[in-house]
Design a protein around this ligand. Structure first.
Ligand SMILES: [Zn+2]
Length: 61
């Protein structure tokens, strides 16, 4: 089983799907993508509201 997070589910017009075996792995992948592809800053990504939105969009496969 893996965890996935579709960038599209966070309102971005983007086909990227972050993956990880654990939530930590998944978030590391998602954070890296958000910074590289969408110009998010660490401050934006650490925002509790943002964290909540991201966690709500995580799917188990
Ligand atoms: Zn994206």
């Amino acid at each position: 089983m893996a965890l996935t997070l579709s960038c599209r589910d966070l309102g971005e017009d983007c086909h990227y799907v972050a993956r990880g075996e654990t939530e930590e792995e998944l978030m590391a992948d998602a954070d890296k993508h958000a910074k590289e592809a969408h110009g998010f800053t660490d401050e934006q990504l650490k925002d509790p509201e943002m964290r909540k939105q991201i966690k709500a969009a995580i799917k188990k496969e």
